[in-house]
Design a protein around this ligand. Structure first.
Ligand code: NAD
Length: 445
């Protein structure tokens, strides 16, 4: 049998594509070497959020006095938190399996290797069997990057994020190398559970890609709370849990290395004409590679390593493959992103600095989150910020940057405004429910 589409990788890109193409009545085979759901579901977004939620419950219980609540003998059971995390993941993986079954998609559990390709047929081997398809979609994701720092390889004290998520016990102390998204989310988890945390970041600030004012508020709070944050500090070498950086030695039981991820190209060696861009697969606006019947979606494209981007890329790519009219494109200018620190950070669109780089004249509006009644009611002693970037000429909304709980839950409203190119006058016609923290958008825009 010749399939219409073969998909390698069952993460958010792969399973979204499989479901959409199968729903359209096409024969689809999806290969997954591990568990459906990919990094996001198994060793990324979902397990981290499950553990972070447990940590937040503990932290809130031990910091409840400010709301007039005293909780005594508050304790946590890390093994129970881990068990719950595993159950959440298992249920969601089963859900994806069920969805693909419902659409009669063939799922093959094993490592898939591309054997050959012509414009008419891609041949793939897996578990000793051979499969043929008209089209191939590469959704092989990414793996943790191990930087070439002396002493990092085969060092038993070193963890990557997958090791950290699997650990049966909390570390007694931890140094986190890389103050990016992964680094700061784990810093939050460990700090809230009472583990001494040191973050070492090479750039002048943690979370260097985000709005600096928003990041400064987080850094200030975390430093006050006792997290050591060393910025502009490059790690030179490791020896067990001893980390030498800028000539100083820092020590902890564990060292979590979170300095980025790299595209996973394993099994694709036969596609020797596939064009790459800085180690990731080059694709066009429809996720089509330079090879006519080969598409690539998700982290393997190195574009924006976020699960929701991967899923949207898959929808667009399948639409293109099925020649659906009108052809959809991805609004890369309106991709929301969230960092699950406490408080959360959420943003969409360009920052002030990016506007300046692009020579776009902008107006910037800033409002403290404390303008929101609901924020005041539920965030005693906390600060927060809403920053809106608008085009100075036509007043369209170009970017929104937020810090303050629970901004992850309403950044989508701002994404919608950026995606649709709404002006401030158009956005002002939207009614926000009162009292909600989301009203801050209404106040600021
Ligand atoms: P990242 O690129 O976000 O951060 C890596 C950080 O490490 C950067 O700030 C960089 O300056 C720093 N760094 C690099 N080399 C260093 C060195 N030698 N010493 C000290 N610092 C160094 O990468 P990440 O945090 O590993 O995350 C990987 C990917 O996963 C990202 O694309 C991220 O967006 C995604 N992710 C997203 C979420 C989310 O959406 N909430 C959560 C986790 C991961």
């Amino acid at each position: 049998m010749k399939y219409f589409l073969a998909i390698i990788g069952g993460g958010p890109a792969g399973y979204t594509a499989a479901e959409k193409a199968s729903k359209a009545g096409k024969d689809v085979v999806l290969f997954e070497q591990s568990s459906l759901g990919g990094t996001c579901l198994n060793v990324g977004c979902i397990p981290t959020k499950s553990l972070l939620y447990g940590a937040k419950q503990y932290y809130n219980a031990t910091h409840a006095q400010k709301y007039g609540v005293t909780a005594e003998n508050v304790a946590f059971d890390f093994a129970a938190m881990q068990k719950r995390k595993t159950i959440v993941v298992r249920k969601l993986v089963a859900g994806i399996k069920q969805r693909l079954n419902n659409e009669h998609c063939t799922v093959v559990n094993g490592f898939a290797k591309v054997e050959s390709r012509t414009d008419e047929c891609v041949t793939i081997s897996c578990n000793g069997e051979t499969y043929e398809a008209e089209n191939l979609m590469i959704c092989t994701g990414s793996t943790n990057f191990v930087p070439p720092i002396p002493g990092i390889k085969d060092n038993p004290a070193v963890w990557d994020s997958t090791d950290a998520l699997a650990a049966a016990e909390l570390p007694k102390s931890i140094i986190i190398v890389g103050g990016g998204v992964i680094g700061m989310e784990f810093a939050t988890l460990y700090h809230e559970l009472g583990v001494p945390v040191t973050v070492i970041e090479a750039m002048p600030t943690i979370l260097p890609n985000l709005d600096p004012e928003v990041v400064a508020l987080l850094a200030e709070k975390y430093k006050k709370a006792g997290i050591t944050i060393l910025t502009g500090t490059k790690v030179e070498s490791l020896d067990g849990g001893k980390v030498t950086a800028n000539g100083e030695v820092y020590e902890a039981e564990r060292v979590l290395v979170s300095v980025g991820r790299r595209a996973n190209l394993n099994g694709l060696e036969a596609l020797n004409e596939l064009e790459l861009n800085r180690g990731a697969i080059k694709m066009d606006e429809f996720c089509k590679t330079n090879l006519p019947n080969v598409y690539a979606c998700g982290d393997v494209t190195g574009k924006i390593m976020l699960a929701h981007v991967a899923a949207r890329q898959a929808e667009v790519a399948v639409g293109r493959m099925l020649k659906q009219i009108p052809l959809q494109r991805i609004a890369y200018n309106a991709i929301p992103s969230v960092v699950y620190t406490n408080p959360e950070i959420a943003s969409v669109g360009i920052t002030e600095a990016q506007a300046a780089e692009m020579s776009i004249p902008v107006e910037v509006t800033k409002l403290p989150m404390t303008f929101s009644g609901r924020f005041m009611a539920e965030n005693e002693g906390e600060t927060g910020l809403c920053k809106v970037i608008t085009d100075a000429k036509n007043h369209s909304i170009l970017g929104v940057h937020l810090i303050g709980n629970p901004c992850s839950e309403f950044i989508a409203a701002a994404s919608f405004a950026v995606r649709m190119g709404y002006t401030t006058a158009e956005f002002q016609q939207v009614v926000f429910p009162h009292p909600t923290v989301s009203e801050i958008l209404h106040e600021a825009i």
